[in-house]
Write a protein that binds this ligand. Structure first.
Ligand code: FDA
Length: 466
């Protein structure tokens, strides 16, 4: 007689995906145990969306997910989409509203989402072990045995639902990845994603003064063909991957250490060390034409013209780089004092040389702005080009402490897309953020957690009763 409690399913991780998988399986009559090491339930749901949880996005489709196989999430999303989650909220009387571009938030608090999942688990008579740490996981002939703080737990099937490693201060761990690796599953290298981007401190110092300035920009990034990052899916060597140009029209925020805001968080999921980002600081405009038009018959200064477009602090800083104190405002035909609206950071010789020239023209003081009428057309056109094609080279990210999610995770090649079961380890399932499926900012990551949890919960089987 073997010791320990016996279940059909052990789910490790009582977050968004784990609770959903446990509730669905429990409601199908399976004996489910849900194990979590945290003292407080579902912290990431609680803090999400500024406490109101951006729990889904009406436009959720595979196009908003980054993965080595962008089609992998299709089946789960088709099986359980935003409308299904809204039905669940309706059943529990949770009120919500749409905020921005299909993003849905709770009217009250994200606690109501946690409560819905807790109640759904109760309906499914899910057994709880929390707080409870899992020391080891081993395979047995008819399932898995977990050694935990509360003794041995045996289950015919195991669901890994411990999410990603973002915000380790909330107890995030790489448990799912470690166990998956132990059972021979391949892992796509995890990275912080939906994360601010940082720059070399010395290089950024002049821009740190712009901390707090926010504006809408168009950000774009080109994925190198080899890195399998983003954009249009392609097939190479039999493996699906994504290459191409990715663009977001979103807000950008200057910070003390670099750039943040929704636009930067979005593009960070595609960015790789050494890559430049291209930023159009006047999106949707023909800035050259607008400046030339404003020039004719006007006594307007360039600072006034740019301040109509941007927060004044940014206009001043930009002009300080274009026209450093003491430099002549215009000399027809000459290159501007600050040639290439570019901020550079990187390790190549070219980057170092450019960095040196950049520090020489860092914003220093509020310039006496020249009048538009005093600037040659050519200079205005060149200025507009720099503003609409600002190229920056971040040196890093703010890391897991500031990231909203981890990208990468268990390779989708290892999993069945309908059940999330591992091909090479029957009975082992992986759901939620631990899988190499990362949503854009805007409710997509929770939608993946719900959809993958439901797909898994529907496919789990009753084990033989001990
Ligand atoms: P999740 O992280 O929800 O749950 C994992 C569970 O596993 C946790 O309860 C944890 O305690 C437990 N666990 C971890 N290690 C363990 C171990 N070793 N043993 C036992 N248990 C363990 N997404 C979105 O769509 N809209 C939003 O508004 C936001 N907002 C947001 C804000 C912030 C600050 C963050 C950090 C993240 C978001 N997200 C988000 C992302 C979203 O929170 C995330 O993608 C989902 O919670 C992932 O769901 P999972 O169930 O996979 O993991």
């Amino acid at each position: 007689m073997r010791s320990g409690a016996h279940f059909d399913v052990a789910v490790v991780g009582a977050g968004a995906a784990g609770m959903m998988a446990a509730a669905v399986a429990g409601q199908r009559g399976l004996r489910v145990v849900l194990i979590d090491h945290a003292t407080r339930l579902a912290e990431k749901i609680r803090i999400s969306g500024g406490g109101r949880c951006n729990f889904t996005n009406l436009g959720a489709s595979p196009a908003q997910f980054v993965s080595r196989n962008p089609d992998f999430c299709r089946s789960a999303l088709r099986g359980y989409g935003p409308a299904d989650f809204l039905d669940l909220l309706r059943t529990h009387g949770v009120a919500w509203h749409e905020k921005h571009r299909g993003q849905l938030f709770c009217d009250d608090s994200s606690e109501s989402i946690i409560e819905v999942l807790r109640r759904e688990c109760a309906v499914g008579q899910v057994a709880w072990r929390m707080p409870c740490a899992v020391q080891s996981v081993a395979r047995e002939a008819d399932g898995f045995v977990l050694q935990t703080d509360g003794g041995a737990i045996r289950a015919a099937q195991l669901v890994l639902a411990t999410g990603g490693t973002a915000i380790p201060q909330l107890g995030a761990t790489d448990f799912s990845l470690r166990v998956a690796r132990r059972f021979g599953l391949k892992i796509v290298e995890p990275r912080p994603a939906l994360v601010p981007l940082t720059f070399d401190a010395a290089q950024w110092q002049p821009y740190a003064a712009l901390s707090g300035v926010a504006l809408e920009v168009r950000l774009s990034h080109e994925s190198a063909p080899a890195d399998g990052a983003a954009g249009r899916p392609a097939r190479t060597g039999g493996k699906r991957r994504q290459v191409g140009r990715t663009e977001f029209l979103e807000d950008l925020l200057f910070t003390h250490r670099g750039l943040s805001g929704p636009g930067i968080l979005q593009i960070s999921s595609f960015w790789r060390p050494g890559d430049p980002l291209h930023i159009d600081l006047a999106p949707g405009q023909n800035l050259a034409e607008a400046l030339l038009e404003a020039k004719s018959g006007s006594r307007q200064t360039l600072l006034t013209a740019l301040s109509a477009l941007w927060p004044r602090r940014l206009a001043e800083a930009w002009l300080a780089t274009e026209f450093p104190a003491g430099a002549p405002h215009s000399s027809p035909g000459a290159a501007p004092a600050v040639p290439a609206g570019r901020m550079v950071a990187g390790d190549s010789a070219a980057h170092r040389a450019a960095r040196a020239s950049d520090s020489a023209r860092a914003p220093q003081s509020v310039p006496t702005s020249p009048r538009l009428a005093d600037l040659p057309d050519r200079q205005l056109r060149a200025l507009a080009e720099r503003i609409q094609g600002w190229t920056v080279w971040p040196t890093g990210t703010a890391g897991y402490k500031k990231a909203e999610v981890m990208s990468g995770g268990v390779d989708t090649d290892e999993l069945d897309q309908r059940s999330l079961q591992a091909h090479r380890c029957p009975g082992l399932h992986v759901v939620g953020e631990a899988v190499d499926v990362t949503g854009w900012l805007g409710g997509y990551n929770f939608q993946w957690a719900w959809a993958s949890g439901v797909a898994c919960g529907r496919s789990l089987k009753a084990g033989s009763r001990p």
